[in-house]
Design a protein around this ligand. Sequence first.
Ligand code: TEU
Ligand code: CA
Length: 539
Amino acid sequence: VNNQEWWRGAVIYQVYPRSFFDSNNDGIGDLSGVTKKMSYIASLGVDAIWLSPFFTSPMKDFGYDVSDYCDVDPIFGTLDDFDELIISAHNHGLKVMIDQVLNHSSDQHPWFIESRSSHDNSKADWYVWADAQPDGAAPNNWLSVFGGPAWHWDSRRRQYYLHNFLDSQPDLNFHNPNVVSSLLHTVEFWLKRGVDGFRLDTANYYYHDTELRNNPPKENVVEGSIGVRLDNPYAYQLHLYDKSRPENIAFLQRLRNLLDQYPNTTTVGEVGCDFSLKTMAAYTQGNDKLHMCYSFDLLTHDSSMKHIRNTMETIEAGLGDGWPCWSIGNHDVERVATRWGRNHHSIEKSKIYMVMLLSLRGSVCLYQGEELGLPEANLEFNQLVDPFGINFWPEFKGRDGCRTPIPWKNQPLGGFTESITPWLPLSNEQLPLAVKEQEDNRHSILHAYRDFLHLRRAHPELVHGSIHFLYNDDSTLVYTRSYNQKQLYIALNTSEQDKIIPIDLNLTPLILPEALKSGYIDHNAVVLPPFSSLIAYIS
Ligand code: TEU
Ligand code: CA
């Protein structure tokens, strides 16, 4: 594997800059804060960072509503701060990936301001405008992920515009070639500035059906990913026409052509839809579209090993030469220590899920704070700032609880800021899990992460090996990773019970990090005590 393929099997650490470290004490994390903490990130042993958006924005969706694709929002710093961040990351041996929110802009973007101003301006067709139906109703039944219709009436143009997310996030019209070339131009701006890759926000939403056909209803709706919550009407449609259109493939090829002019760069697309595993395959096969994709399949509430095995086997069967990327947490979903750990033994369970995530086949995104085993922060309704959460409270508490600032020290403001009014409060339950506390405790989950990432690097089977599943029950998973004639056996137990797995293999266990509980071999069986794992060479 050459350097050009650094992303295959890479571990990508997601930084949500608002909540990482506040360098100027205004209560909001910023780019200089990330630079100040670069040696912490490097100390984890990850390969790259992915920065959530830091572009100029009215912050209606905390940066996922961009009003200037080629500048830094003053809250986060300046372009010079960004250049410094890149230099520092590269000096630490870390690649830098940035978020690109191409599907929609802010309604404050000059493109949209011009587009809405008349029917015949030069950007009139840059967004998705449509007439009302004769009775004044919206053009069709499409819905916004964040609640309500996907259409917003504009009283100046006397037309509706499409927004798959907030009404302050109008969808760009990818069917217009000038839109596509302008967006590719902004992507190139960052390539020239030295970034190593992109995380593509909502990579399957770019194109809509130009006939604006109604989405059909969806049968058998089951609780699942963040988009499939039973309190959200969005879950009851099959999204055939508002996203995941076939035209997207040609766009992804153009994007790839651009990236191929900048050696060693990469992409990871976010794919959320009903056919996500199929879409991941379609977007990554053939080495001429995206490098990697991730789905929401491991971001659900289902932490059973059956679900994990099914997800992996489905993607392995359909992926061909495509390459997956997995994450079990991000800035949109309840923190995994709570979602999968619940309140019981959540740190012990999180350690096993870490071993799993870092030994499945694919690249990995780790969300800041996951390495600390942080639980979801408990916020009151009046502390919420996420409009998605405010819309659906109390059935859904929104995304603020996974976005509270990182506790660096066990003290009231967590060493995150000196401002007494951070943009979201520090979570009291998280303070005892602060970085400093865990550095001083050899058995902490932070040490488990560091040591395991080190072990992963030392064993190419874990990074590049093919995967084959041998056994599972609800809380036990056993599989192998094979690479270059060598084969590793991996057994995980996330339950409170001992698990005994008969074997007819000759196993030589690896020494696991001190902070992990390990299983052992007893005669013809692998014994897995509660919350333990075993990794062994098969000879
Ligand atoms: O998220 C897309 C998003 O909202 C999905 O979680 C969606 O629920 C799913 O595709 C439905 O099946 C991205 C960002 O991660 C998020 O923070 C932004 O708010 C959103 O796009 C809009 O830019
Ligand atoms: Ca700040």
